[in-house]
Design a protein around this ligand. Structure first.
Ligand SMILES: [Cu+2]
Length: 157
């Protein structure tokens, strides 16, 4: 009797695990909000910079004020390029990818890995006029601790 009960339990747990497998298997392999980097990712960054640069520069980087929606940000030794100026009350999707070695990005306490070839989407809907800092959290060389990015949230026009 006890043996049968044990066998039944093992069967139920086993079936349950197999049924749940596709869910954790796929989420493990590709987190939501990430996708394979398109070959023209860098060109999208440059096109956005060319179209929406404000003319200002910070730390040798152009300040760019893209329209709400998709925004392109490149992680590279040892910076997040370019500096962004976003409007409060608008919704953005930051597409962040590494152009060289593995990095990781931390923004507002959320960390996402940036292995080369992967784009992370970070939704952002800032409400206050603040300056946000992006920080690399994957050791990528001696200047790693200084690898930061800047997002300035300004009043909407
Ligand atoms: Cu780093």
């Amino acid at each position: 009797m006890r043996d049968r009960l044990t066998a039944a339990l093992i069967l139920i747990v086993g079936v349950g695990l197999i049924a749940a497998m596709p869910t954790w298997w796929s989420s493990e392999r590709q987190a939501p909000g990430a996708y394979a980097a398109p070959p023209d990712f860098s060109r999208r960054v440059e096109a956005m910079v060319a179209a929406h640069a404000t003319g200002a520069e910070i730390d040798g980087m152009p300040v760019v004020r893209p329209p709400p929606g998709d925004v392109w940000l490149r992680a590279e030794r040892w910076r997040f390029y370019p500096v962004l100026e976003l409007e409060a009350g608008r919704e953005y999707r930051l597409h962040v990818a590494s152009a060289d070695v593995p990095h990781a990005v931390v923004l507002n306490g959320v960390e996402r890995p940036l292995p080369p070839g992967l784009v992370q989407i970070l939704p952002l809907a800032p409400t206050d006029e603040v300056t946000m800092t992006l920080q690399c959290s994957e050791y990528c060389g001696l200047p790693h601790t200084r690898m930061r990015g800047k997002i300035m949230v300004v009043k909407a026009n």
